[in-house]
Design a protein around this ligand. Structure first.
Ligand code: ADP
Length: 346
């Protein structure tokens, strides 16, 4: 186990106008599971590859534990960094059994210790009874668990996972992510996982670093990212963001759904927008209400309503499906959070 620290790390590939990673700083605590989340091309994989030692940063410092593994003068090669890696395309050796695949990285150990280690990690990923099989005799999820066992066998200081579920079908992805989370938790290993899938990030992470164009926009726990996003980009990338516009007066933005406190100072009269998630709103039939239900989508546990405001703006409201509200109902709209995040209008 070890903490990880990246400090002012930059990386530009040859012949590229923009850096893939630009002045990026972040830390991962001992035993923490950090997720790098962001759209394709934002620099997640490059960051992971620099941690692994497959890419050299142009500037900045990378520390694993107390050791500087990369900076202007120091360089520790991948095989001496003590990292275990799982890629999206399992990359198992097709001609080796599960046991042989898992043992591959620990061939230097005495035979008996090696066998014990392999048995222990296969047990940890619930594949003990598949030890003698070949990769083609396993499902995609099982193959990915073998890849995880192989990465864990050398007892690395940190575990790096690059889109480990992206080649699996949706149901398996969800099952496997809980499994991976519990394996990683039990082993207590410091882990960095890369994904572009917000649901996956929220389900797995202690904290999430939201990346965009080589920068970290915000590094926080999932709830903070969802409720208190630091930028419009983060607000829109994690969950459904809708903004209700208004004008600032006396440190409040006045909108058709009420007045909300402005967190940073904005001049009187400035246009601003309050972030309202669909689950931040509650509607109730009321003849005097200002909203009209113009859409209804039954989703099982919850229903999504499209509610038209006096301005003609239609906002989404999601609430439990226990009491369905008919289409064309006039409704009162309640904003649940007292202090939604307010951004200056773009
Ligand atoms: P992500 O993992 O978030 O999709 P990457 O780290 O793979 O992003 O890529 C970041 C940027 O660097 C992208 O613009 C990508 O095109 C570029 N890039 C990645 N790898 C290379 C490479 N080997 N050579 C040149 N450009 C690259």
């Amino acid at each position: 186990m070890a903490k990880i620290e990246l400090s002012h790390v930059s990386k530009r590939y040859p012949n590229q106008a923009l850096p893939a990673v630009a002045d990026l700083s972040l830390d991962v605590g001992d035993g923490e599971l950090l997720v790098l989340l962001g759209p394709s091309g934002c620099g997640k994989t490059t960051t992971l590859r620099m941690l692994a030692g497959f890419e050299r940063p142009e500037s900045g410092t990378i520390r694993i534990g107390d050791e500087v593994v990369a900076n202007g003068s120091a360089w520790v090669p991948p095989e001496r960094r003590g990292v275990g890696i799982v890629f999206q395309d399992y990359a198992l050796f097709p001609h080796l059994t599960v046991t042989q695949n898992v043992a591959f990285g620990i061939l230097r150990l005495p035979r008996r210790e090696r066998a014990e280690r392999v048995a222990a990690v296969l047990d940890a990923v619930n594949l003990a009874e598949y030890a003698g099989r070949y990769p083609h005799e396993l499902s995609g999820g099982q193959q990915q668990r073998v890849a995880l066992a192989r990465a864990l066998a050398p007892q690395p200081r940190v575990l790096l996972l690059d889109e480990p579920f992206s080649n699996l079908d949706p149901e398996l992805r969800i099952a496997l992510r809980y499994e991976v989370r519990s394996i990683v938790r039990r082993s207590g290993i410091t882990t960095v996982l890369v994904t572009h899938d917000q649901g996956e990030a929220f389900a797995l992470a202690d904290r999430v670093a939201v990346m965009h164009q080589g920068h970290v926009h915000q590094l926080a726990d999932p709830e903070t990212l969802y409720r208190r996003p630091a930028s419009r980009f983060v607000a829109s990338f994690v969950g459904r963001a809708q903004f209700i516009t208004g004008r600032v007066c006396d440190d409040q933005v006045h909108t058709e759904l009420g007045a909300f406190q402005v967190q940073a100072h904005l001049p009187c009269g400035a246009p601003a927008e309050a972030l309202l998630r669909p689950d931040d709103l509650h509607i109730q039939p009321d003849r005097e209400g200002a909203g009209l239900v113009v859409e209804r989508e039954f989703g099982g546990a919850t229903v999504r309503y499209g509610v038209r405001l006096p301005s003609e703006h239609v906002i989404d409201v999601i609430q439990p499906s226990g009491h369905l509200i008919p289409l064309d109902s006039t409704v009162r709209i309640e904003v649940l959070p007292r202090d939604p995040v307010v951004f200056p209008a773009p």
